[in-house]
Write a protein that binds this ligand. Structure first.
Ligand code: HEM
Ligand code: HEM
Length: 193
């Protein structure tokens, strides 16, 4: 099915969608991998934690830009043939994604800021840009336990993200191969109307 230019996302929206999608997959795989590395691999673990924080903060900043862009550029309407509940489900998944793309990195920031290591190990994004820790945990008696609990919340948010990705990709494939309505191609780069 051919699409007119107005049926497509803007190039900026498409670029941000795929850039953030690739980074999210890297954050999820890298996050679980680094967390499970044994203490003996301290050097690699440290490097991966620094990378994880750097890419996580980058995702947060890109998401703010993406939301601002979206406010000024309405996405194309969904196909009229879609049932009301399908449109509502698509909207709910998209809102859920935006929520997680903001909240997950913020909770990650709380994990780092609450850690007892926060005072002795500063964060430099990509080894260069100094990144502050939130000064919210100074008087807390057991920072180790608190940080651990916040890390669990961060992990649950990551699982929620995986759940949404599963639904989202299944829906995209259904549009492409069952409905054949061109919904996937309007988010693909290099596809012309
Ligand atoms: C959307 C962005 C992010 C995603 C998808 C993500 C995902 C994950 C995942 C899957 C884990 C492993 C969870 C586990 O096995 O317990 C993890 C751990 C961690 N993340 Fe993130 N993260 C993101 C952003 C951030 C940011 C911005 C920071 C800090 C500035 C951060 C700090 C951490 C830390 C410190 C851990 C280790 C927790 C531990 O070892 O107990 N994350 N993250
Ligand atoms: C892995 C992380 C991903 C995230 C966080 C993500 C997030 C999003 C979000 C938030 C939107 C809504 C855009 C808007 O209207 O503002 C969207 C749209 C879309 N995504 Fe993804 N996505 C991901 C991966 C994928 C993958 C792997 C595919 C294809 C298999 C895909 C296909 C699409 C399509 C076709 C749309 C447009 C839907 C429509 O026209 O309403 N996405 N995605």
């Amino acid at each position: 099915m051919s699409l007119s230019a107005s049926d497509r996302y803007t190039s900026v929206a498409i670029a941000l969608h795929w850039l953030i999608a690739v980074m999210i997959v890297g954050q999820l795989a890298g996050g679980f991998y680094m967390h499970n590395l044994p203490k003996e691999q301290a050097e690699l673990k440290f490097t991966l934690y620094q990378m994880h924080k750097s890419f996580g903060v980058t995702i947060l900043l890109l998401t703010f830009f993406r939301l601002a862009w979206r406010l000024g550029h309405r996405p194309p309407a969904l196909p009229a043939a879609m049932a009301g509940w399908e449109k509502a489900a698509a909207r709910a998944v998209h809102i859920g994604f935006y929520g997680l793309l903001v909240v997950t990195p913020l909770v990650g920031w709380l994990v780092v800021s609450s850690s007892p290591l926060a005072e002795s190990v500063p964060t430099y994004l990509f080894g260069i840009v100094p990144f502050p820790h939130l000064p919210l945990f100074d008087g807390v008696a057991d920072r180790e336990a608190l940080s651990h609990q916040i890390a669990e919340v961060h992990e649950y948010l990551a699982f929620a993200m995986i759940g949404l990705i599963g639904l989202h990709v299944a829906a995209a494939l259904k549009h492409q191969f069952v409905n054949r309505d061109g919904v996937l191609s309007r988010m693909l780069p290099f596809v012309r109307g």
